[in-house]
Design a protein around this ligand. Structure first.
Ligand SMILES: O=P(O)(O)OC[C@H]1O[C@H](O[C@H]2O[C@H](CO)[C@@H](O)[C@H](O)[C@H]2O)[C@H](O)[C@@H](O)[C@@H]1O
Length: 352
C-alpha cells in the first residue's frame, strides 16, 4: 500500500515533493513541504502513467464493465472539454477525498489531496458537497479556491448571485476574510431551533449507550454507531426513533455506520449541484460538463441529477460492486487523487 502511494506520487509528477517525503517511525510517509512548494508545471508528465484499477474479485471486475474506471474514460472527458465543454467539478468529502476512518473528527485530508484539489480548482470551478457542517469541511479542506456546500447541500457558500429562481429569504451575501463576495444559501433555516432540540435530546437519550457519537452537522444531526456493540444496535435504533417521533417534519437517512436526522424539505446534494450550476451561469447550458465524485448513498441524488440532465460524469468511489446511478467508478480515495491530478495536469496544458 505504502509503495503504491510512493509509485503514484512519483508517476504523477510529484518528483520534487516526493524527494522530501520521509517515512516516520511507524514506517508511514509523512510530508514535510508546504503545498505552495509544488509548481503547476510539475503536474505535467507522461500522460500514460496512471493507477490501474486494483480488482481481484470477479464480481467487482464484472461491475467495472458496467461502471468503468474514470481513469480509463479520462480521454473521453478530455475530448469533450477540448470540444469546448466547460468542466465543473463536484466532490464529496468523506470516503472520497479522505478514506473512511474510525473517528469522524480525524478524517484529515492529505497534503497531496489538498494540493490536487487546489490545482483542479485553479482551472475548473470546483465545489465540495458534504454531509458535514460547512465549517467543519472547510476546517478539513482549508482551501479558499473552492465552493462549499455543507449539511448535504442545505448550507451553500457559492458564487455571488442575484438569482430570482431561488427564494430570496434563504440567500444572504457575504464576504470572506480576503474580501471575496459570496452568496450563502440555507433553505432549511427555519428548522434550526428544532435541530438544536433534536441534538440535545439525542445526546441525552443515547448517553448510556457505549460508543455512540452524536455529530452536530448544523442542519442535520448524525448518530454514529461505528463503535456501538452489535447487541446495542436495537436499543440505539429505538432511542433514535423515539426522538424522531417528536419531530414529524424530520426524517432519517442512512450513511456508512451513521443515522442522519434531516429536515423533510425537498433539498439534497442533487439540488445543491443544480443550485451551484445555476449560480455559476450554467442553468440550462448544454456546454457544461459536470463531474461529480462521491461514495455514499446521499451522493446518488447528485448522480441522478446528472443522469436526468444527460450530462457529465457521475463517478462512484467504491471498492465493491454496488447498486448505483453513477456511470463510472474509482476504487478508493487514492484513485480519486490520481484522477484529480490528471485533471489538474490537463488543466495546466489546456490553459497554456
Ligand atoms: O457527505 P460526506 O462528506 O461523505 O459525509 C458523510 C458523513 O461522513 C462522515 O461520516 C463518515 O466518515 C467518518 C470518517 O471517515 C466515519 O467515521 C463514519 O463512520 C462515516 O459515516 C461524517 O462524520 C458525517 O457527519 C457525514 O454525514
Amino acid at each position: 500500500m505504502r509503495d503504491n502511494f510512493a509509485r503514484l506520487y512519483k508517476a504523477v509528477g510529484f518528483a520534487k515533493w516526493f524527494a522530501n517525503i520521509e517515512r516516520d517511525s511507524a514506517g508511514y510517509f509523512s510530508s514535510k513541504p508546504r503545498i505552495d512548494q509544488i509548481e503547476p508545471h510539475e503536474f505535467i508528465e507522461d500522460d500514460n502513467n496512471f493507477n490501474e484499477p486494483n480488482a481481484a474479485d470477479p464480481k467487482y471486475i464484472h461491475w467495472l464493465k458496467e461502471h468503468p474506471s474514470a481513469l480509463r474514460v479520462f480521454q473521453g472527458i478530455k475530448n469533450l472539454a477540448e470540444m469546448g465543454k466547460q468542466i465543473v467539478v463536484f466532490l464529496d468529502y468523506d470516503g472520497t477525498l479522505t478514506p473512511i476512518v474510525d473517528d469522524p473528527d480525524r478524517a484529515f485530508m492529505s497534503d497531496a489531496m489538498r494540493l490536487a484539489v487546489r490545482q483542479v480548482a485553479k482551472h475548473f470551478p470546483t465545489a465540495i458537497i458534504s454531509g458535514r457542517s460547512r465549517n467543519k469541511v472547510y476546517q478539513f479542506v482549508k482551501l479558499d479556491e473552492v465552493y462549499y456546500a455543507g449539511s448535504h447541500g442545505m448550507d451553500i457558500m457559492g458564487p455571488r448571485t442575484k438569482l430570482k429562481s431561488y427564494d430570496g429569504k434563504y440567500q444572504t451575501n457575504s464576504l470572506d476574510n480576503k474580501g471575496n463576495e459570496f452568496t450563502i444559501f440555507q433553505p432549511a433555516q427555519e428548522f434550526l431551533p428544532a435541530i438544536k432540540e433534536i441534538l440535545d435530546k439525542m445526546q441525552k437519550r443515547t448517553s448510556d449507550i457505549e460508543g455512540v457519537f452524536i455529530e452536530d452537522n448544523r442542519f442535520c444531526v448524525s448518530v454514529h454507531y461505528r463503535h456501538v456493540p452489535d447487541d446495542d444496535y436495537g436499543t440505539l435504533g429505538k432511542k433514535v426513533h423515539s426522538v424522531l417521533a417528536e419531530y414529524p417534519s424530520f426524517h432519517l437517512t442512512r450513511g456508512k455506520k451513521v443515522l442522519e436526522i434531516r429536515p423533510s424539505i425537498e433539498w439534497n446534494k442533487g439540488n445543491a449541484l443544480l443550485y451551484l450550476l445555476d449560480t455559476l451561469g450554467f442553468a440550462k447550458s448544454s456546454n457544461v460538463l459536470p463531474i461529480y465524485i462521491g461514495d455514499d448513498k446521499t451522493d446518488e441524488d447528485a448522480f441522478k441529477v446528472l443522469r436526468d440532465r444527460g450530462q457529465g460524469y457521475p463517478i462512484i468511489v467504491s471498492s465493491t460492486p454496488r447498486e448505483t446511478l453513477a456511470l463510472c467508478s474509482l476504487h478508493d480515495p487514492s484513485e480519486v487523487l490520481s484522477f484529480l491530478i490528471r485533471l489538474a495536469r490537463w488543466g495546466v496544458t489546456a490553459s497554456q
